[in-house]
Ligand binder design. Structure first.
Ligand SMILES: NC(=O)C1=CN([C@@H]2O[C@H](COP(=O)(O)OP(=O)(O)OC[C@H]3O[C@@H](n4cnc5c(N)ncnc54)[C@H](OP(=O)(O)O)[C@@H]3O)[C@@H](O)[C@H]2O)C=CC1
Ligand SMILES: N[C@@H](CC=O)C(=O)O
Length: 376
């Protein structure tokens, strides 16, 4: 049996779903000769680690209890009553993760799985890479900060996977990497890369107020922790940046043209997430409804579109024919059209649910198994 040890950073919607997938796939994985051993789980305040890191992970009943505790908004340290574990509280977790990385990195290829939505994980991820660890990301931020961080994380490209950073569980990164490895030049990528904005646009088209559908998207697990990341286009811009960088272009977020659906006066420096949802959002209802109706009067629909050509990226609203591939999108679907030499007239098209905890966590789980193929 091949043991795959991992530490999970972040146990919000995606992280908890990942733990549930790991537990429910136990017998499937055992038929494949695999055993995923969760040796630690961290959040903003603490890290719980197995008492016997070298031989045992946190057991399944403990992991499910952990999910219940975090769903109830309680602290991870509460879990010490439940199992053979230790809780390490802020600011110690980072040091403990590196200690485990140095013990298990080279020997086992310990996987650091980042399901947080934070920039703060990048330092520990970079150091863990140096200690022989593998990295799997749902979090886009480590790949969209400086070019220097990006290069460092890709220093050993076979030891990092990040499928869920673009299109959630859809095989976007895997498909693009296959194209890149075959030497087929990518001419253009056009897509709708936000599950939230796809859902919002199609629901507003059906006559529902923006303020309501954004709240619905949040409760369905489609939005970022702060939905302004979605509505402001920043989340799509991050995905565009990741795609552009893996195509080999050394650009930063500030060179991407981004259209925001909310004004600066409603930004994170001015109001909290709750204020934005309770007070700000409804002030945007009329404007977006009017834009949707104007497009409809031309027989068209609005979609939030990402265009990548060489190192040029732009993300924003476009008025499109209702019957075009992007215009036909419904619900939280993403669609990506990749034009290359081999796919020149008819693009390679990838389509399906592009947001949600279930599909995102499934993408992360596959990455964990896949990256560990390196280790026998
Ligand atoms: N939902 C989706 O459809 C998709 C999401 N993603 C990405 O997945 C990630 C997680 O999203 P989601 O689960 O919705 O987010 P949540 O806000 O629900 O959860 C984030 C978790 O990360 C923890 N956290 C924050 N900072 C740190 C840190 N420095 N170290 C360790 N843990 C930390 C939080 O801790 P605490 O509990 O203490 O607050 C929380 O448990 C995001 O980066 C998102 O962009 C990617 C593709 C699709
Ligand atoms: N908030 C994102 C989640 C996936 O990255 C989206 O809506 O697409």
């Amino acid at each position: 049996m091949k043991n795959i040890p991992l530490i999970l950073l972040g146990c919000g919607g995606v992280g908890r779903q990942l733990l549930q997938h790991i537990v429910s796939c136990r017998s499937l994985h055992s038929t494949q000769g695999l055993c995923l051993r969760v040796v630690g789980v961290g959040d903003t305040k603490s890290l719980v680690v197995s008492d016997d890191l070298l031989h045992k992970g946190l057991d399944d009943s403990f992991l499910l209890q952990l999910c219940r505790v975090k769903s109830a908004g309680e602290s991870l340290s509460k879990l010490c009553d439940f199992g053979e574990c230790r809780a390490i509280v802020h600011p110690e977790p980072q040091g403990k993760i590196l200690e485990i990385a140095s013990q298990l990195g080279r020997k086992t290829g310990l996987v650091l799985v980042d399901c947080s939505a934070s920039f703060d994980t990048v330092a520990v991820l970079k150091q863990a890479i140096d200690m022989g660890c593998c990295v799997v990301l749902a979090n886009k931020k480590p790949l969209t900060s400086s070019m220097e961080d990006f290069k460092k994380l890709f220093m050993y490209p076979r030891r990092i996977r990040h499928e869920s950073t673009v299109g959630a569980g859809l095989p976007v990164i895997a498909s693009l990497n296959r194209i890149i490895c075959s030497g087929d030049p990518v001419h253009q990528i056009i897509g709708s890369l936000s599950g939230t904005l796809a859902y919002v646009m199609s629901e507003v088209e059906d006559g529902k107020p923006l303020s309501q559908v954004v709240k619905d998207a949040k409760s369905l697990g489609y939005t970022e922790p702060d939905p302004r990341d979605d509505l402001g286009g920043m989340d799509v811009a991050r995905k565009a940046l990741i795609l552009t960088r893996i195509l080999g272009h050394q650009i930063n977020l500030d060179s991407i043209q981004i259209e925001s659906l909310y004004p600066k006066e409603m930004g994170p420096d001015v109001m909290t997430v709750d204020d934005f949802l309770d007070r700000g959002l409804s002030l945007l209802d009329k404007d977006i409804q009017a834009r949707v109706e104007k497009a409809a009067s031309n027989g068209n629909v609005l979609r939030y579109v990402c265009v990548i050509e060489g190192s040029r990226c732009e993300v924003g609203i476009k008025e499109l024919e209702k019957n075009s591939p992007l215009g036909r999108l419904r619900g939280n679907d993403n669609v990506l059209e990749i034009y290359t030499r081999c796919y020149s007239k008819q693009p390679l098209v990838i389509q399906g649910a592009g947001a949600g905890n279930d599909t995102t966590a499934a993408g992360v789980l596959v990455d964990i198994v896949d990256v560990q193929d390196l280790f026998s």
